[in-house]
Design a protein around this ligand. Sequence first.
Ligand code: AMP
Length: 635
Amino acid sequence: LTQIPISLSFSPSLTHPRTSKEAMPEAPKNPLKVTDYSVTEKNKKALQFIEDVTANADEAQKRVLTEILTRNAHVEYLQRHGLNGHTDRDTFKKLIPAITYEDVQPDINRIAGGDKSPILCSQPISEFLTSSGTSGGERKLMPTIEEELGRRSLLYSLLMPVMNQVVPGLDKGKGMYFLFIKSEAKTPGGLVARPVLTSYYKSSHFKERPYDPYTNYTSPNETILCPDSYQSMYSQMLCGLRLNKEVLRVGAVFASGFIRAIRFLEKHWTHLCNDIRTGTLNPQITDPSVREAVMKILKPDPKLADFLEAECGKKSWQGIITRLWPNTKYVDVIVTGTMSQYIPTLDYYSNGLPLVCTMYASSECYFGVNLNPLCKPSEVSYTLIPTMAYFEFLPVHRNNGATNSIKMPKSLNEKEQQELVDLAAVKLGQEYELVVTTYAGLYRYRVGDVLRVAGFKNKAPQFNFVCRKNVVLSIDADKTDEVELQNAVKNAMNHLMPFDATLIEYTSYADTSTIPGHYVLFWELSINGSTQIPPSVFEDCCLAIEESLNSVYRQGRASDKSIGPLEIKIVEAGTFDKLMDYAISLGASINQYKAPRCVKYAPIIELMNSRVVSNYFSPKCPKWAPGHKLWNCVS
Ligand code: AMP
């Protein structure tokens, strides 16, 4: 998801007559050779491509849909819905329903089980991308095809030309990006299932990218591709420190990941500085390919080690990024959506360097880019690139900003289906749920993101990311909804039964003041029994909640260590009445008042914290294993 521009040859411009298929800007057919390389020329082409596809957004969309439906005319899914080879928008919209994951899950399960017939897509499904969105507690499996890698590369290749317009000279130095792979599993039918970025970093599109000053990273590929997350982080940080003067931009995919890297440095700087001083590599780094790659960069540098030690040893870490990497021009991380909770921490560590959100993407499809990358995080909008997929938009009517606490309806009625509008027909200021039809076999699939139209680039809309539907808690890639939280709390309550204690009310919040952040639950109890509840019982409750949460949460806790132990804070009797009084004083309706299952507003969190009588943490990590609970793992 981050800056990995890859050489592409763009097909003829969309402003030319679009009579042949070649007029469609497509995935690369003949990646440029190193010898053909010209930064300026390539930047110009990329920007022209953006001009063309946005100026002709509706035409591009029409062509994308026709292309998808023509190729897949015979797939079982479309036949089942009676499309019968039609490729026009009207028939498609009339016959094909807008769906959620659960609707297509039986087909996905067949493919995962080894059925190779063209069920969703005429091209072979090359692998499954495991989304951080879950269904039944497990990651959703998104089908993908080989050529989608080209489409992803195309989107990446637009990022630096856009960036170069506002921050020139980035080709004169390096990017320090903390990028990681995650474990993968095999479906019963033998297809690989892994996160989209793992798939991308392991592909030749990334590993064998031709030389490009914009893909000049401090992290050697071997350090990114190391499956051991400690070794990967250590070696990437070491290379970043060693090359500190050359670094012009820093980043990670999400803000949470970048902050974790800084935290890692806080913990391990003495070892890292020692390696830089002596030019030798910490024996904890055992992966031979990582050792070899890092040793090519490392050399004894006592002066640099002195400097780094002096800076890291200071009491305050404010501005540590600009201190250690003095030529950094911006921090490249996603801070839109739930990641906005990390903006103050990033501002602190970076002394207010620009925070740049470059793109918006998912396992289903890569969507778009930010054409104004130096804007404030609150103003970021993404221009959907009309050649990536066929996009539709379901109007969303939020009440009191509560979209993400409303359960997504199972299926849309006929009237709602008719409300879906095309990319070029969305209205400024209106909020919509994103619906995609992809080249890889998802048809009118509801992604679950709510977007607001913020403006237009030519004829193509630009969207603010508003929220992900249903999500109440998120620290890293995890997305926990109200129902999951409710079930988890219910399971935990079993531990309190012997003490005749009942839960009167609860709420939660994502505490990002710790690194990594963690979930906090406020519990108000009514205790009727006479036996005091020992702390270990509350700790068991914490763990029971964690064990009940979805696999992305448990992976974040147990494997990635990107989420800290869950905390229960017991509040004194009457706290939730106080919360209600406060909400009503702010204008909530007394009749309709319901305790929120998640609180975000700082004064409310303060109110809750002021009434805490005791707190408990989960004593260990919940269980997690790669892959779906029903499959065998390969790693
Ligand atoms: P995944 O399917 O795990 O790749 O997650 C994709 C989801 O991450 C999207 O549907 C969004 O909810 C979220 N996401 C991706 N990019 C952004 C972004 N730039 N800003 C906010 N949320 C994002």
